[in-house]
Ligand binder design. Structure first.
Ligand SMILES: Nc1ncnc2c1ncn2[C@@H]1O[C@H](COP(=O)(O)OP(=O)(O)OP(=O)(O)O)[C@@H](O)[C@H]1O
Ligand SMILES: [Mg+2]
Length: 358
């Protein structure tokens, strides 16, 4: 098993610099997710790791081995794309064994390895079917199996689930996670879907315009986003953010003025707070405890309610602008004057340069 190292990778297409200078380690046996908006360079990075794209400068290492000049087929990587294609006239078994036949693996070993992979992916009852006789999810598993059967050290996924319906996506997500744990391979997974990233990753790398914004475990990014971009990208519904008009030290901490609202937070800051935020699920409505910070809102109006079964989120317009809060119960349409209580620890503060103040 091997770590993947990117050392000072840059990539330009003609005059356009897509990745300025990026260094990153993807640990052996772990699941790394590259997360970011469309066009931020996720697929380009994955293709550089696979060897399908050359970096303009910098090193790609798999374990100790410098692989810049190693052709894709010899890098020990298997790639699963968004659009997987199976051979329509071959059975599942033949599709799975194809890479082994190409590699001239003896027939008995081919059979044994197909059976192994089929067990892991729960494809055993389907081995004699043709692709047209499979559901989308089953086809995707065959495509994954065909990539796995060469026992790659490294698994590269480029949005492999984005063509599937929600239910299947959720199921296959679990299957990918399970398979990864069973095979203990090193996985790099590209997505722009933060929920997918949160469920799959050991390590999430948040990218924006070819730069790394933050690297960390899912809950670290959720709890301690490094900047406004990560705070806004991780978590659903999105974090509520408010622009601070004035920030002044007072004896109990810091007084923040946000439009018509003035509140005191029990902390001193070295640099002025420019933005303050809290997550919708960390708000309590009504009476606050002494240790909590209180946001008094006037003229609230519910714009929409998002029902999620066990809970609901209210999208409000208020004297502080638009915000989302966890509704006290699924029926409520909040309106008028509201008191929001938030634990001081659950508040996020950002400076004028958009980095988190810690
Ligand atoms: N062959 C190419 N020639 C020129 N520009 C390219 C080429 N491939 C990618 N780009 C540009 O590089 C940037 C990053 O592309 P990339 O495909 O890596 O983005 P992505 O993060 O995977 O986006 P998406 O989520 O939409 O798939 C984009 O601005 C894209 O237009
Ligand atoms: Mg892409």
């Amino acid at each position: 098993m091997a770590d993947i190292h990117l050392n000072s990778i840059s990539k330009r297409f003609g005059d356009v610099e897509v990745i300025p200078d990026l260094s990153l380690t993807m640990p052996a046996g772990k699941f790394t997710v590259l997360l970011g908006p469309s066009g931020c360079g996720k697929s380009t990075l994955l293709r550089i790791i696979a060897g399908l794209e050359m970096p303009s400068s910098g090193e790609v290492r798999v374990g100790d081995r410098l692989v810049n000049d190693v052709p894709p087929s010899e890098r020990g990587c298997a790639m699963v794309f968004q659009n997987y294609a199976l051979y329509p006239h071959k059975t599942v078994r033949q599709n799975l064994s194809f890479p082994l036949r190409m590699a001239k693996v003896p027939a008995a070993e081919q059979t044994q390895r197909v059976d192994e992979i089929a067990t892991v992916l729960e494809l055993t009852p389907l081995l004699d079917r043709f692709p047209r006789q499979l559901s989308g999810g089953q086809r995707q598993r065959v495509a994954m199996g065909r990539a796995m059967i060469r026992r790659p050290e490294v698994f590269l996924y480029d949005e492999p689930l984005s063509n599937l319906d929600l239910e299947l996506r959720v199921r296959l997500r679990l299957e990918i996670a399970r398979t990864q744990r069973a095979l203990k391979s090193t996985a790099v997974y590209v997505t722009h879907d933060q929920t997918e990233a949160m469920t799959l990753a050991d390590q999430i790398v948040v990218l924006r315009k070819g730069r790394i914004e933050q690297v960390g475990a899912p809950l670290d990014l959720y709890r301690r986003p490094a900047n406004l971009f990560v705070a806004g990208f991780i978590g659903t519904p999105k974090i509520n953010l408010f622009t601070v008009d004035r920030c002044e030290p007072v004896s109990e901490g810091t007084r923040l003025t946000i439009g018509p609202l003035s509140l005191v937070v029990p902390r001193r800051f070295e640099v002025p707070v420019a933005t303050v935020g809290f997550r919708p699920e960390q708000v309590r409505l009504g009476a606050a405890e002494a240790s909590q910070v209180v946001f008094e809102l006037a003229d609230c109006e519910t714009q929409a309610v998002e029902h999620l079964g066990d809970r609901a989120f209210c999208y409000l317009r208020s004297s502080l602008g638009e915000l989302v809060v966890l509704a006290p119960d699924a029926q409520s349409r909040l309106s008028g004057a509201l008191t929001l209580a938030v634990d001081a620890d659950s508040l996020h503060f950002f400076g004028a340069d958009e980095t988190a103040l810690r």
